[in-house]
Design a protein around this ligand. Structure first.
Ligand code: TRP
Length: 333
């Protein structure tokens, strides 16, 4: 048995990845993996994605793109299983048991459900409602110690902890109660057009976000068009959310602290600063895009990654399901 703490995280293949997803999630996963302190499992949460109607052809493309981007961004599939949730049936098996232990009231309080129900008013399906029970299953199956999640998923993680405790109390100690892992440098990247909003690919203005696979000349244009303010100093402060966002992006891709950035750009205007940010982002994205293109030419390799990943994930997940089924009193097959 490995003594390492276990980490499980997932991203939905629901569309193209933004620079915000990279800085807020993927890049941290790569860093966590590199420390060798953890045993990591990285999941493409495709079963979660179908709670919103998908166009099958686009969905398949998004899923393969996301897999290739995981690897292109530096995740080593030899070290950490990378797998599609739908390839490990244990997720659905445990999900049912979790659903039967989740109260309607709890699910009704989930802010993501409320938001998505508003956004997809013609398709408020039962899966959208029970989504958090599936997410709890994802985590508890692996007896994960830590779950790196953004703010928007904290409520789901809290529920997961409640469900783990509820089950443990009802049936005896079964699940590890997971904790949120909040990265130390968790820059939140905001829209380039409206720095009060999180950078998101669902933004109607495509100048607001940078996609990992945007052509580099477009990335540069988007950064140069980013909103700032009528001042000229590169520093944080009241009314300077736009500049501050560019500073966080610059900090995220160069590793410089906000203070270091302020000192480095004293006396220099926004134009010069934006050029520096654009270049630094381009430099980060270029090698990722090159690796992505190479990987997409090698479908056999990608297939091997997700098959091996699912095999390793299922080995652990199936053990948890067997234990849970036994504890609740289901007859052993
Ligand atoms: N719900 C998460 C999201 O939309 C994705 C997800 C599914 C996940 N299962 C997970 C994240 C388990 C962490 C752990 O971002």
């Amino acid at each position: 048995m490995s003594e390492k703490k276990r980490i499980l995280s997932g991203i939905q293949p629901s569309g193209a990845l933004t620079l915000g997803n990279y800085v807020g999630a993927l890049r941290n996963w790569v860093a966590l993996q590199k420390t060798d302190e953890y045993e990591c499992f990285f999941m493409l949460a495709d079963l979660h994605t179908i709670t919103v109607r998908q166009i099958p052809k686009d969905f398949r493309k998004n899923a393969m793109d996301l897999l290739a981007l995981f690897i292109a961004c530096g995740i080593d599939p030899e070290k950490s299983p990378v797998f599609f949730q739908s390839h490990v049936p244990a997720h659905l098996q445990l999900s049912w048991v979790m659903t039967c232990n989740t109260y309607m009231g709890e699910l009704s309080r989930m802010t993501q459900f409320k938001d998505k129900a508003k956004k997809h008013a013609t398709n408020i399906n039962a899966g959208l409602f029970t989504y958090p029970s599936l997410m709890a299953a994802d985590i508890l199956l692996y007896q994960a110690d830590l779950v790196p999640v953004g703010h928007d998923q904290m409520q789901h993680l809290e529920l997961t902890r409640d469900l783990a405790n509820r089950f443990n109390n009802a049936y005896s100690e079964t699940f590890k109660v997971p904790e949120a892992y909040i990265p130390k440098v968790g820059a939140r990247i905001m829209s380039l057009q409206d720095p009060t909003q999180k950078m998101s690919k669902s933004d109607t203005n495509e100048n607001g976000y940078i996609l990992l696979l945007d052509p580099i000349d477009q990335v540069i244009k988007k950064i140069k068009r980013a909103v700032t303010d009528s001042g000229s100093e590169v520093k944080r402060g009241e009314g300077k959310a736009g500049v501050e966002n560019l500073m966080s992006i610059y900090s995220a891709v160069t590793g410089m602290s906000m203070d270091e950035i302020e000192s480095a750009f004293i006396g220099k205007g926004y134009g010069e600063f934006k050029t520096a940010v654009a270049e630094a982002v381009a430099e980060t994205l270029r090698p990722i895009q090159e690796r992505y293109l190479d990987l997409m030419k090698n479908k056999d390799y990608l297939e091997k990654i997700y098959r091996d990943g699912a095999g390793k994930a299922a080995y652990i997940a199936n053990k948890t399901v067997a234990k849970v089924y036994r504890k609740v009193g289901l007859i052993q097959p």
